[in-house]
Design a protein around this ligand. Structure first.
Ligand code: PMP
Length: 407
């Protein structure tokens, strides 16, 4: 059997029609398949590869660390230089109160632990999240999801979860003295890019302060420069009590984190001790990769050029088939008439050597989330390819053989 057949046989499947791109290697904005064909990764592996694939600084950091030591002990006991240096550099970029970092293995785990920390600190049970938000896929984090299709089969989920609409000022009255925390994405990603409007985040902050509720910003997808600042919340003049991070943080290696004040974080060290336990969280190799990633982002102009390059994409992507473009820096939703068109576009883009995708809660939109390192010339080339594909699908219509990519 070849690799494709073995993939289908032995790798647990999550859809009936996986993309099946057989990856040979990655470099910069490109992935290469085993036939040598190059693909421009316009989604950065879902907002992960912000420095592109196999960034030399990240590769070097990983190579150096694996020769020194890998796992030594479960999280929080040994002093490991890459972990401590990363936490120090990361907290230097954050408001003074966000000075203590707990490293975990994924975004979902960061969500889980943030929920636990909020309950432990406040002694309250209720947690509020927004409709059309995504915070992860574990039992706890999926409980925050409002979408019935994705959650119904997994019930019972966590009790005491309430949902409010993002940007709904009226809904804020649902936050009360019973609420341990409110978790929001600073910019909603999977809803098809929804930006906070009319000082919504400030009003949310104010309501949380009134009720003694902790405010958690999930910047797992929008953090690390994607929106044009290192953290998206910097653009809204409001700060969270707990910040969750993952995805782009590791430069392609798996790492997540939640950040809070040292005082609050100490709640995990007492009654019970070991309030959150992880064997691999803060692994020295992933921390070395994450340190190199953060250093690179801070020492280059990748983040500061995002807004200019966002504008270039918006200016270039003009076509009668495009109904709307919503964007927060390099997180962009390009809207079309139907899911069938979106699927056809994804398929045709792949044939053209451009990787795009859709959104979990918005299937009328194409997701664009390019690596921050993409150059203006590469943007021009990519947009020309995209317009060519859009034009083809617009002229020829959706072919009958397009099957649903998912639900
Ligand atoms: N929060 C947000 C906003 C996300 O986009 C994601 C991943 N798509 C997660 C949480 C969960 O992260 P992970 O897949 O690493 O568990």
């Amino acid at each position: 059997m070849n690799l494709r057949q073995l993939f289908l046989r032995h790798i647990a499947q999550t859809t009936e029609l996986p993309l099946m791109l057989e990856v040979e290697r990655g470099e910069g904005i490109y992935l290469y398949d085993t036939q040598g064909k190059a693909y421009i990764d316009m989604i950065s592996g879902i907002s992960v590869s912000s420095l592109g694939h196999c960034h030399p600084a990240v590769v070097k950091a990983v190579q150096e660390q694996v020769t020194r030591y890998m796992h030594t002990m479960v999280y929080g006991e040994h002093i490991q230089a890459p972990q401590v240096q990363l936490a120090t550099l990361l907290t230097e970029q954050l408001p003074d109160e966000l000075n203590s970092v707990y490293f975990v293995n994924s975004g979902s785990e960061a969500t889980e632990a943030a929920m636990k920390l909020a309950k432990r600190i406040t002694g309250r049970r209720e947690i509020i999240a927004c409709r059309r938000a995504y915070h992860g896929s574990t039992q706890g984090s999926i409980s925050l999801m409002s979408d019935d299709y994705f959650t119904r089969p997994f019930r019972p989920l966590l009790p005491d979860i309430q949902h409010i609409d993002f940007n709904c000022e009226y809904c804020l009255h649902k936050i009360t003295e019973r609420t341990a925390c409110v978790i929001v994405e600073t910019v909603q990603a999977e809803s098809g890019v929804t930006l906070p409007r009319n000082d919504y985040l400030k009003k949310l902050r104010q309501r949380c302060d009134e009720t003694g509720t902790l405010l958690v910003f999930d910047e797992i997808q929008v953090g690390y420069g994607r929106t044009g600042t290192l953290f998206a919340f910097e653009q809204y003049d409001v700060q969270p009590d707990i910040l969750t991070l993952a995805k782009a943080m590791g430069g392609g290696m798996p790492i997540g984190a939640f950040v809070a004040s040292r005082e609050r974080m100490m709640a995990f060290a007492d009654n019970p001790i070991l309030g959150h336990i992880t064997t691999f969280g803060g692994h020295p190799v992933t921390c070395a990769a994450a340190l190199a990633t953060l250093q690179t982002l801070l020492n280059t102009d990748h983040i500061s050029t995002v807004k200019k390059k966002e504008k270039l994409i918006r200016d270039m992507l003009v076509h009668p088939a495009i109904l709307d473009i919503r964007s927060a820096g390099f997180l962009m939703a390009v809207e079309f008439q139907s899911f069938d068109i979106v699927q056809e576009l994804i398929k045709e883009c792949l044939a053209e050597g451009v990787i795009v995708d859709w959104f979990l809660f918005n299937n009328h939109c194409i997701r664009l989330a390019p690596p921050l390192i993409i150059t203006e010339a590469e943007i021009r080339l990519t947009c020309e390819k995209l317009l060519k594909v859009i034009d083809k699908v617009y002229r020829e219509g959706v072919k009958a053989d397009v099957k649903r990519l998912s639900y």
